[in-house]
Ligand binder design. Structure first.
Ligand code: NAP
Length: 455
């Protein structure tokens, strides 16, 4: 590899690292994304120019088809379908690594270095697991497959047995690389392992497994980097692997679960039933009455959730908050770490509406203040305020820290019905005597509240 190639790869790797650093704050996230994209562009150009891998006709055809599909998917995907799109993209990353590593098999010398053989096996194994696991995650989230956990008899025992066989096949293949059947055996078992890893996961745990699969796709890419002796692939794969693992850890902490419990616990529902509106009565407020409550509240904490994103009500909500502040109320936003459908979802959404960052409070920084607050205004949030997470041991939410909305002096919840949230469980808070339910699409309700307050 030429000195120029290595220098450009070094610049690309530095851009990835700076990009990641900037991604840690909403204010700088766009710039971070741009820097990382620039790094990737440099790496791609240098690889194509420097390596002369393929005829350019093939490369251009591949680029046009791939970029076309990617751009179309990114433009048309609904905000609500973001998690499954991320799952699919992780899967493609894993599949690409596995395919490249497998293709390299045909270029191996008769007696390859051991490190090349080992990384080739790992790339094929982890890449294949990532692809099939991500596909199952995609199908569960898209409703193609049942979302509830599926646990087979002796599920984990089978997993361990398959892993042992994979290790044996790996040793046999390393001893004699001319036996392609060993590698094919690893691909077959990795396919089953990918399914087995994700089918027992359901409910609110899906984001964690998607983040973990993202990490796997990075590991597979790094392994392929070793097979190809490509430094920038090793670095970028390691960065994805490490950041995916850190994110998995953060999400586990936010839900107060261990990774082992998420992977082997098999809790969660398919998001089906759970609404029990007809069992108990709720206090429903009209727009006029709700506007009067808002007018009289001196301190308000807004709790945004997934429904805010669905309704795209962030702009009008910001307007409502501004009007309330002009009238003398203190308004703050409480952000739960897993509110919405992707990490940082609420931050990104509110940043889009130019909500000042100093109005956003992380859960731990604001939870103690709910008890001194006149009104908790919940917009399209459900699981992240569900007290069952504290009390009901059989609930898929049990153990997840929640926003202390129930401690506020009064609560107003804006949503369309009594339907459950992502985890598919009923929420006692709807039936709390101090809760006012305002039913309707978040954007429509907030727009009408704003009109009422202004008029
Ligand atoms: P949630 O529990 O999913 O509840 C969202 C609520 O929004 C629903 O109950 C729904 O009720 C309401 N809604 C939907 N469309 C609406 C609209 N147009 N207008 C008004 N309301 C609307 O959301 P959350 O409280 O934000 O909790 C997030 C959940 O997603 C957690 O369980 C979390 O584990 C999971 N999750 C998080 C991530 C992440 O990384 N952040 C990723 C994937 C999953 P109606 O149908 O009655 O309106």
């Amino acid at each position: 590899m030429s000195v120029l190639t290595n220098v450009v790869y070094l610049v690309a790797a530095s851009l990835f690292i700076f990009g990641l650093k900037l991604l840690s704050h909403p204010r700088t996230a766009r710039r971070g994304n741009f820097l990382a994209m620039l790094g990737m562009l440099l790496a791609i150009i240098m690889t194509l120019v420097g390596q002369k891998i393929l005829d350019f006709t093939f490369i251009i055809v591949g680029l046009v088809i791939g970029a076309g599909i990617g751009a179309y998917a990114a433009k048309t995907v609904q905000m609500t379908a973001m998690p499954q799109m991320v799952a699919l993209f992780n899967g493609f990353g894993g599949a690409a690594s596995a395919l490249v590593a497998y293709a390299e098999y045909f270029r191996l010398p008769e007696h390859p270095e051991l490190d090349i053989t080992v990384t080739l096996i790992l790339s094929v194994l982890v890449g294949t697991v990532t692809w099939w696991g991500s596909l199952v995650a995609f199908m569960k989230l898209q409703g193609i497959m049942r979302g509830a956990p599926i646990l087979l008899p002796l599920h984990q025992v089978w997993n361990v047995l398959m892993l042992i066989v994979v290790v044996i096949l790996g040793f046999l293949f390393a001893a004699d690389v001319s036996q392609q059947s060993y590698l094919l055996g690893i691909v077959g078992l990795a396919t089953i392992l990918g399914f087995m890893l994700v089918i027992p996961i359901g409910g609110a745990d899906m984001p964690v497994v998607i983040s973990l699969l993202n990490s796997y796709s990075g590991v597979a890419a790094a392994m392929t980097g070793f097979v190809l002796s490509n430094n920038v692939l090793i670095i970028s794969g390691a960065l994805v692997g490490a950041s995916g693992l850190i994110l998995t850890n953060i999400m586990c902490k936010a839900m107060n679960r261990s990774l082992a419990n998420v992977l082997f616990g098999a809790v969660g529902t398919d998001g089906g039933g759970g609404a029990a509106g007809d069992r108990k009565s709720v206090t429903e407020y009209s727009i006029e009455d709700a506007a009067m409550v808002l007018e009289s509240a001196q301190s308000i904490i807004i709790v945004p959730g997934y429904g805010l994103a669905v309704a795209q009500a962030q702009h009008v909500l910001h307007e409502l908050a501004s009007v309330l502040m002009e009238r003398g109320a203190t308004v703050r936003y409480a952000i739960h770490p897993v509110a919405g459908r992707m990490p940082g979802h609420m931050n990104v959404l509110l940043a889009e509406a130019n909500v000042p960052y100093d109005m956003l409070y992380e859960m731990d920084d604001i939870n103690e203040d709910f008890k001194n607050t006149d009104l908790a205004l919940v917009i399209g949030a459900n699981d992240v305020i569900n007290p069952a997470a504290r009390t009901q041991k059989d609930s898929p939410l049990y153990g997840m820290p929640i926003l202390n909305v129930d401690q506020a002096r009064s609560i107003m919840i804006i949503k369309r019905s009594l339907s459950p949230g992502f985890a598919g469980v009923d929420n006692e808070l709807f039936y709390d005597p101090k809760t006012m339910m305002v039913f309707g699409d978040a954007k429509k309700v907030v727009t009408e509240l704003l009109r009422e307050l202004k008029g």
